[in-house]
Design a protein around this ligand. Structure first.
Ligand code: GLN
Length: 288
């Protein structure tokens, strides 16, 4: 809970800074406080009226969430069903909004385009908030803190980020891990970068010696290592990231609804319960 709270505070501070800039240049000086309050009340009443007529999502009654279900523990397949942290969050938010969650499984790099074109209502995929994505979508309040980790075969000579220089590195296409390894600023000096559809595919390649290391989000990395033999995760985290839910820029009513639902889930402890269910079990087991 602590982790989430401090994160929320940081990001909220960021959002307020942004909105303060956005409000610059309005005619605030000409308006008395009283008038401002009245105007706000009017706007709210109007918003409520239009909410009653306008559907919150593309398909009435449904909250369609786009994801890439090869990202355990956030989203993964159990038989035919997509389960995980994000699946439970999708269900909980949908319920609070009077909707039913329905998943669309796709490649990770198809999720934002699907949100912007309305193929799905939201992107919920362990997705990191970053500037490039903010150009195309809005993000909810963050719900988790994460970072990029390094996976190597047991006995590898790679023991830190510095050792990635000159190596063949696997990433998931279009992710922040891909960006970290590939861009000139952060570039780790890789000999080459191999892009895979998902982490487990990259792990197969690592196990057969085609690549030297994988850079991937921390919790999914832990799951990959736990689910295979002969791979280890290094202690060092390369980035500090926040996951949030992507919503089309023109659907601010849905964004508000999602943020209200998330706040409720944080307040009630429901969010933390979901996170604990999937995130802490391995560590607890290891400690025993
Ligand atoms: N957090 C990473 C990103 O947003 C990876 C997400 C994922 O692969 N599902 O790019």
């Amino acid at each position: 809970m602590k982790r989430f709270k401090s994160l929320t505070a940081v990001v909220l501070a960021g959002f307020f800074a942004v909105s303060a800039v956005g409000c610059g240049g309005s005619s605030a000086e000409e308006t008395t406080d009283e008038t401002a309050v009245e105007e706000d009340a009017d706007t709210e009443a109007e918003a409520e009226e239009s909410d009653e007529t306008a559907a919150l999502t593309g398909t009435e009654g449904l909250l369609i969430w786009g994801t890439n279900a090869a990202f355990e523990p956030y989203e993964y397949m159990e038989g035919d069903v997509v389960v995980g942290i994000d699946a439970e969050i999708a269900d909980a938010i949908a319920e609070k909004l009077g909707l039913t969650a329905q998943v669309e499984n796709m490649d990770f790099d198809a999720i934002i385009p699907s949100v912007t074109t309305g193929k799905v209502d939201i992107g919920l995929a362990g997705m990191t908030v970053n500037e490039e994505r903010l150009n195309n979508v809005n993000f909810s309040e963050p719900y988790v803190e994460a970072g990029q980790a390094i996976i190597v075969p047991e006995g590898s000579d790679i023991t830190s980020v510095a050792d990635l220089e000159g190596k063949i590195i696997g990433v998931q296409r279009g992710t922040t891990g891909d960006e970290y390894v590939s861009t000139e600023e952060n570039g780790v000096g890789a000999a080459s970068v191999e892009r895979f559809s998902n982490g487990p595919d990259a792990a197969q390649s690592l196990l057969t010696g085609k690549i030297d290391a994988i850079v991937l989000d921390d919790e999914p990395s832990k799951k990959i290592v736990a689910n295979s033999t002969g791979l280890v995760i290094l202690d060092e985290l390369l980035t500090s990231e926040q996951y949030a839910i992507a919503v089309a820029k023109d659907n601010t009513a849905l964004l508000d609804g999602i943020n209200a639902a998330l706040a409720e889930m944080e307040e009630s402890g429901e969010l933390q319960e979901i996170l604990d269910k999937y995130l802490n079990s391995d560590e607890d087991a290891a400690e025993e």
